[in-house]
Write a protein that binds this ligand. Structure first.
Ligand SMILES: NC(=O)C1=CN([C@@H]2O[C@H](COP(=O)(O)OP(=O)(O)OC[C@H]3O[C@@H](n4cnc5c(N)ncnc54)[C@H](OP(=O)(O)O)[C@@H]3O)[C@@H](O)[C@H]2O)C=CC1
Ligand SMILES: O=C(O)CCC(=O)C(=O)O
Ligand SMILES: [Mg+2]
Length: 743
């Protein structure tokens, strides 16, 4: 056996919820296999619980302390040998963060409460510490490269053979997307490309002409800087209009934002929606709510939580006032109609990238209060990106639902490196405390951009580094060439930022041999229409997009094509030369954990993990000239293909094959492939006994795995489960466990 050298290491992240549970079953299998090629798989815990613990070492006993693994991984991304498998993790909203803190405290960890309002210096320090954990806090640190997401041919073939359900579209559907026609970020966007490096200042000039420096920003030469704002008044008027229209037309109302990734601006937008929808409640009890510390940006859950301290009679009075709003407001989409959880309950329940495709896939409908699905107005204030959903809705209404058995594919090459664009704007986002002017000023005093703003407006700046753009263009050309597929750069002539980017794209395309390639540049509406026209004819089109569209499209198209983005291959070739392999574009699926707790069935599909692992092991094999690793990767790909062909993916129903069962099949096929190959006889001899014992014991192992289903499972915590309990729940087959340990 080869001894692992420092380079022969894969870092496998431990995250949260369903992917964490799935890891409990998959990782022991992976480790058993990779050790045969001298490849070590090391874990790195970046769960929200681990990140909380790492932030407060001074509050913990020595044996409770954990390392700051996210910082360590962040450094590793700069190493050309980095090889990281990144599973989806929770991007916590404030309510989720508080729940995780409470769970840790109950387990005996003395971590501080999250201060809603930080007054003292100590509270401010605690809040600053927690702000690094809030929202999408992991991905921006690790994503030191651009993004390449696609459905591998075997996965596409699987979708054609076993198509997922698609809700029919009616020409009479009244569902649509609605967005601001003015006063939003789109209408106010300004953008400049820096000629030289400089340290610019973001300043606020008040009506008394006092200048407040909000932030100093070091910019590189050729970097693109944008600034924009959303008018609070226009936003409120927009929400009011959408609510009135829904009430008049009898269409359900729903809100779709990305409060997790846009962790500063979108919770504020969400808070406006809450205040407008429940206007009478906030008018009547506004002062009391302020005293109680209610924060509408955290949703109606914050109201219900804070009024608990009031006398029963007063609580009932407020609850009645809330119910009175439902009388004159339109019906609102529900997250859980049984439990009465509405769209405005917490800001992280409805996340636009997954929620809009789910709606379009279900005939354009969402769940109502009565548990029935109905037509809905999908409200997405930012018109920049909302328009693409309306294009798809129009397309489905005209052409009917997409057909997974014949449709082509839209892979994505996304500009993501170095916190590109809006997803890096959090430290440059400000809610205006008074009327005045926001401006960006060069060190020599030249004003680069400025906006007149009013109290409550949300102003933000976004950066895009030149090196990131250059690499993105290269990746697009490479993917188009390698897959012999046309590529469209989605750049909108109406957008100031995109006009700057277009100049760069045109320049950097000249650095490549593009002869014979079909590369086009189009505005968003035309780009999505062209892609869809081609898609229904079975043709593929690469979408080459900015960061937000990367996020949106890598759920939108996969959910139509494959039923879920979890089946995507998602690669981040790092700028420094290493590789990160993300598992799908999908999230951590809280509903899946609930099912495990209730009936010990995990419907999580680890296909994304299988695909990521194969590329990661292959890359490691190439870099280290490790022929056995290359064979392992090849066999894993073949095993994944077999698993898809034989339909051994997890089912959603208790009693049927679940995540653990599908892992067994992967192990069996993988061992069979390795035993059958003839390129390396030592490897074949090593895996032959395992292949034999798994094949012979298939029925017994499946029976052992099914036997545990149907009753509640205990994993000892939600955010910080007990590893031993997870191990017991996720590895219930003695026969499988002992076969693996004999390898
Ligand atoms: N890369 C990352 O780290 C990401 C993290 N997230 C985080 O995930 C959480 C949930 O986000 P949400 O927007 O609801 O997105 P999810 O992708 O978790 O949920 C959408 C639905 O997709 C289905 N799904 C997703 N992955 C799988 C899988 N592997 N196997 C089977 N089905 C799957 C599930 O459908 P069903 O329930 O019908 O089975 C799930 O409910 C949030 O905390 C969010 O911050 C979200 C996106 C990316
Ligand atoms: O970081 C997150 O919160 C989610 C990431 C995401 O949705 C994506 O990259 O597709
Ligand atoms: Mg996404």
């Amino acid at each position: 056996m080869t001894t692992p050298t420092p380079n022969q290491k894969i870092i496998y992240t431990l995250t949260d919820e369903a992917p964490y549970l799935a890891t409990g079953s998959l990782l022991p299998i992976v480790r058993a296999f990779t050790s045969a090629a001298g490849v070590e798989v090391e874990t790195s815990d970046i769960s929200v619980a681990a990140r909380i613990l790492a932030a407060f070492p001074e509050k913990l006993t020595d044996d409770q302390k954990v390392p700051d693994t996210l910082a360590e991984l962040g450094e590793l991304t700069l190493d050309p040998n980095a090889n990281i498998i990144k599973l989806p993790n929770i991007s916590a909203s404030i309510p989720q963060l508080k729940a995780a803190i409470a769970e840790l405290q109950a387990q005996g960890y003395d971590v501080p409460n999250y201060p809603d309002e930080a007054v003292t210096e100590e509270e401010k320090a605690i809040q600053a510490n927690y702000s690094k954990i809030l929202g999408s806090a992991v991905n921006p640190v690790l994503r030191q490269g651009n993004s390449d997401r696609r459905a591998p041919p075997a996965v596409k073939a699987f979708a054609r053979k076993f198509p997922h359900s698609m809700g029919k579209w009616s020409k009479a559907s009244r569902s649509h997307a609605d967005y601001m026609r003015g006063g939003d970020f789109f209408s106010s966007e300004q953008s400049v490309t820096m000629t030289d490096a400089d340290e610019v200042r973001i300043e606020f000039v008040g009506q008394n002409s006092n200048v407040e420096v909000k932030k100093s920003l070091k910019l590189e030469a050729a970097e693109v800087l944008d600034s924009m704002f959303m008018s609070a008044k226009a936003l409120d008027a927009f929400f009011e209009r959408t609510l009135q229209e829904c009430k008049e037309d009898g269409v359900m109302w729903s809100l779709h934002v990305k409060a997790t990734m846009m962790k500063v601006s979108h919770p504020i937008v969400f808070g406006h929606a809450v205040r407008v929808f429940y206007r009478e409640v906030f008018e009547k009890y506004g002062e009391l709510f302020e005293q109680l510390g209610v924060n509408p940006n955290n949703g109606m859950a914050s109201v219900y939580d804070k009024i608990k301290t009031l006398p029963q009679s007063q609580q009932e009075e407020i609850e009645e006032a809330i119910h009175a709003c439902y009388e004159h407001r339109p019906e609102m989409a529900m997250v859980d109609s049984v439990k009465g959880i509405t769209n405005l309950h917490i800001p992280s329940d409805v996340i636009v990238d997954a929620s809009m495709p789910a709606m379009i896939r279900s005939s354009g409908q969402m769940w109502g209060r009565d548990g029935k699905i109905k037509d809905t107005k999908a409200v997405m204030p930012e018109s920049t990106y909302a328009r693409i959903y309306q294009e798809m809705i129009n397309f489905c209404r005209t052409n009917g639902a997409f057909d997974p058995t014949t449709m082509g594919s839209v892979p994505n090459v996304g500009l993501m490196a170095m916190k590109a664009e809006e997803y890096g704007s959090h430290d440059k986002t400000f809610e205006m405390k008074e009327d005045g002017v926001m401006r960006v000023v060069k060190s020599d005093g030249t004003v680069l951009m400025q906006h007149n703003v009013e109290k409550g407006d949300i102003w933000r700046a976004c950066q895009t580094k030149d090196a990131a753009v250059r690499d993105w263009v290269k990746l697009a050309v490479t993917r188009s060439r390698q897959s012999d597929t046309p590529a469209i750069f989605w750049l909108d002539a109406e957008r100031a930022h995109d006009r700057q980017l277009r100049l760069k794209v045109e320049e950097y395309l000249k650095e490549h041999d593009t002869a014979g390639l079909d590369l086009r540049i189009m505005g968003y509406n035309r780009a999505i229409r062209t892609s869809m026209e081609r898609m229904i004819r079975g043709k593929d089109t690469i979408s080459v997009t900015g960061n937000v569209l990367r996020d949106y499209l890598t759920d939108l198209f996969p959910i139509m094509e494959l039923g879920t983005s979890a089946k995507m291959l998602s690669i981040v070739p790092m700028l420094a030369g290493g590789g990160m392999y993300e598992t799908g574009a999908g999230g951590s699926a809280p509903k899946h954990v609930q099912q495990v707790l209730e009936e010990n069935h995990l419907r999580w599909d680890s296909l994304g993990e299988f695909l990521a692992l194969a590329v990661s092991i292959e890359e490691l094999g190439i870099k280290n000239d490790n022929a056995q690793a290359k064979l392992l990767a090849k066999a894993l790909d073949a095993a994944t293909g077999k698993l898809l062909e034989n339909n051994k993916s997890p089912s959603r129903k208790v009693g049927e094959l679940d995540n653990r069962g599908s892992h067994f099949y992967l192990a069996m096929y993988w061992a069979q492939e390795l035993a059958a190959q003839t390129e390396d006889t030592a490897l074949s001899a090593r895996f032959a006994p395992l292949a034999k014992s798994l094949t012979e014991n298939e029925e017994k192992i499946i029976a052992e795995l099914s036997a545990v289903q149907g009753q509640p499972a205990d994993i000892g915590g939600y955010y910080h489960p007990d590893m031993a309990k997870v191990d017991a729940v996720m590895r219930p087959s003695e026969t499988l466990n002992s076969a693996l340990s004999s390898l």
